[in-house]
Ligand binder design. Structure first.
Ligand SMILES: Cc1cc2nc3c(=O)[nH]c(=O)nc-3n(C[C@H](O)[C@H](O)[C@H](O)COP(=O)(O)O)c2cc1C
Length: 215
């Protein structure tokens, strides 16, 4: 077993877990300030601690730091984002997105700006079976650790139309399955709160549709 596996929590990760959990949210506007290698190691170490199927540890992360590579990737991300919108609601420009669709308008802005993000992390599984879903708990750990360090993040996806070019750009082997793209940076703005439906509406007690004992 390597030292890495036994690693103690870094002193920098001292935000109370409750605060991290309740204020971690999608941050899509970043300051240009750099994130250090030491901080990135903390995020990746936190990701490595996540539950994973059979403890096979099949998650792999590609950290993109080089600004030129981030810019090149950003063009593909933008193409992918709009390809999904064309196929879905049929939007082709920001003007097509209703003002009420705040998340999508903010996501469209991220698609414009992601090429300037200080860091992008791509998440993969080196597996062809269902165990690949083990990547997502690792990603969530990474997002929470980022929040604890004051670093903003958003879990995003890509579209199949760009994947072959992304794989070629970073020499990613075919056996790697893509799971997510996570831009990272210090937030322009605040973490704020995470508005969600009350859990009384989304939780059932003993029987489907029977409410839990809280409101
Ligand atoms: C599977 C998944 C895919 C997502 N894809 C995108 C995306 O492509 N672009 C984006 O900006 N945000 C994406 N998000 C972030 C969600 O939009 C965000 O978690 C949700 O709107 C809640 O935002 P909040 O935590 O700021 O309240 C994704 C989240 C998940 C879990």
């Amino acid at each position: 077993m390597s030292d890495e596996v036994r690693l103690l929590p870094p002193d920098l990760l001292d935000l109370p877990i409750g605060e991290a959990l309740f204020t971690q949210r999608a941050i899509r506007k970043f300051k240009p300030d750099q994130i250090s290698d030491e901080q990135l190691k903390i995020l990746l170490d936190a990701a490595s601690k996540a539950p994973n199927g059979g403890n096979l540890q099949l998650a792999r992360f590609l950290v993109i730091r080089d600004p030129a590579r981030i810019r090149a990737f950003g063009k593909l991300y933008k193409e992918a984002w709009w390809a999904k919108r064309r196929e879905g609601p049929g939007w082709t420009t920001i003007e097509d997105i209703p003002k009420s669709e705040k998340t999508f308008r903010s996501a469209a802005q991220l698609a414009d700006e992601i090429g300037e993000a200080p860091v992008i992390v791509l998440a993969f599984a080196v597996v062809s079976a269902d165990l690949g879903h083990s990547v997502l708990p690792a990603v969530q750990n990474l997002l929470l650790a980022a929040r604890a360090l004051g670093i903003g993040s958003t879990l995003t996806t890509l579209h199949d139309v760009v994947l072959p070019r992304v794989f070629e750009m970073f020499e990613i082997p075919d056996r790697a399955q893509f799971y997510g793209c996570i831009p990272l940076g210090y937030p322009r703005g605040k973490f704020g709160t995470t508005p969600r439906r009350p859990t009384a509406e989304t939780t059932y007690w003993d029987t489907w549709d029977r409410p839990p004992p809280w409101r």
